[in-house]
Write a protein that binds this ligand. Structure first.
Ligand code: ADP
Ligand code: GN1
Ligand code: MG
Length: 364
């Protein structure tokens, strides 16, 4: 059975009426396998997102799905009565046995969401308006989850944004050099060690734990095709307790440069100040009401830290032989690391100005 046949067999196990007319690979995520399925019923077509959860990475999928169920129900309740509610929060389709996911004959774990029509995710930011909209919606997402009832959400990947731990894992990968690649990454390894001091900057800043998305890269938010407005936060696998600034930092990492994450022309990878300003304004427009003074003071450094952390993660995976992120060509993880480190440098060069803008917007 090939992948398409497998996903077609799986999607029939979910509570969807009608005939399956097509199913094909979809999107450009690095972790899960995503398909788009089209069903026809009474002459009407309806699309669905079908995903196989990467269980090598998400080791407790039932806990992960429980998080997503609690979070999407809470968001749906918050949005009740609001216009366009069905497109502003993910809707899970249960399996025929009533469970949130289905386990196929090969042991794969699958889930299905209703497809949000008339909107799309972008791999690279195209305008400051898009950056503003994405940040506004991610901020709103955090805000709506401030009062999620207890218990605490599960940590789907423990220490996910612990930069000190990410650094320790990186050091081990350098020592092991399991794929004999350290020789090709000498400059990047040196760069990482030279900036090791920043790894604890957010952990030592006395910031409150919140419910955060933890993977706010630009292609994890859908923008409305007709209006360009930020519509829906997607990719909820890492929603768990975290720091608000992990989310803002990842927005800065992915939406201040128009270059792709694996761009090889590093001159294209710069932190564009107007994009930062748009992100900041968008995020503060929704999250400004609940963020503490300390959180606001660390908004600029968050971007630098998360870009550095992501650079280390890509570099670690390169050294380990590409075990974690999907790669489509040799050296792709090293290229991805280089873009992240280039962004760190670009932020360093503009940090003072970034902090100046923060003070201006926050203090009046
Ligand atoms: P990954 O974890 O692999 O990044 P995502 O959940 O982000 O997977 O999904 C991959 C892509 O599929 C997204 O970037 C987006 O384009 C699309 N997508 C995901 N969920 C939906 C949805 N409910 N409606 C429409 N498109 C979606
Ligand atoms: C992965 O699933 P995706 O592609 O949105 C990763 C993020 C990284 C990102 C880098 C669970 O996100 O943490 O920032 O790649 N997700 C996980 O592009 O590790
Ligand atoms: Mg994604």
């Amino acid at each position: 059975m090939n992948e398409q046949q497998r996903s077609a067999a799986v999607v029939r196990q979910f509570q969807i009426d009608g005939e399956l007319s097509s199913i094909a690979a979809y999107g450009s995520g690095h972790i899960n396998d995503t398909y788009c399925a089209v069903f026809h019923s009474s002459g009407l077509a309806a699309r669905y997102i079908v995903q196989r959860i990467n269980t090598a990475i998400f080791k407790h999928p039932a806990a992960l799905m429980e998080n997503i169920q609690r979070v999407t129900s809470h968001l749906a309740a918050k949005l009740s009565g609001e216009p366009d509610r069905a497109r502003r929060v993910l809707t899970m389709i249960p399996a025929r046995d009533g469970r949130a996911f289905h386990v196929d004959v090969e042991g794969g774990l699958w889930r299905v969401y209703r497809f949000i029509e008339g909107a799309r995710a972008y791999d690279a930011v195209e305008s400051a308006q898009q950056a503003f909209q994405a940040a506004r919606v991610f901020g709103e997402f955090q805000k709506m989850l401030v009062d999620l009832p207890a218990p605490r959400l599960h940590d789907t990947i423990p220490n996910f944004h612990s930069t000190p731990r990410r650094f320790a894992t990186f050091e081990q990968a350098v020592t092991a050099d399991g794929s004999n690649r350290a020789v090709d990454a000498r400059a990047e390894i040196e760069f990482a060690f030279a900036r090791q001091a920043m790894v604890s900057v957010l952990l030592e800043a006395n910031l409150p734990e919140r419910i955060t998305h933890n993977d706010t890269k630009f292609n994890n938010v859908l923008l409305d095709d007709a209006t360009g407005a930020g519509l829906c936060v997607i990719d909820l696998d890492t929603v768990m307790p975290g720091l608000a600034l992990y989310d803002f930092g990842d927005m800065v990492r992915t939406a201040t440069s128009a270059a792709m994450e694996d761009e090889r022309d590093l001159s294209r990878m710069t932190m564009q100040f107007p994009m930062f300003e748009a992100l900041l304004r968008g995020y503060l427009s929704s999250a400004g009401s609940f963020l503490t003074k300390e959180e606001k003071a660390h908004l600029a450094i968050a971007g630098k830290l998360i870009a550095f952390e992501q650079g280390i993660r890509f570099l670690t995976d390169y050294l380990a032989g590409d075990a974690y992120y999907k790669v489509h060509r040799n050296g792709q993880n090293l290229d991805r690391c280089r873009t992240q480190f280039k962004l760190v440098v670009s932020i360093e060069q503009q940090e003072e100005r970034m902090n100046g803008l923060i003070s201006e917007l926050v203090d009046g």
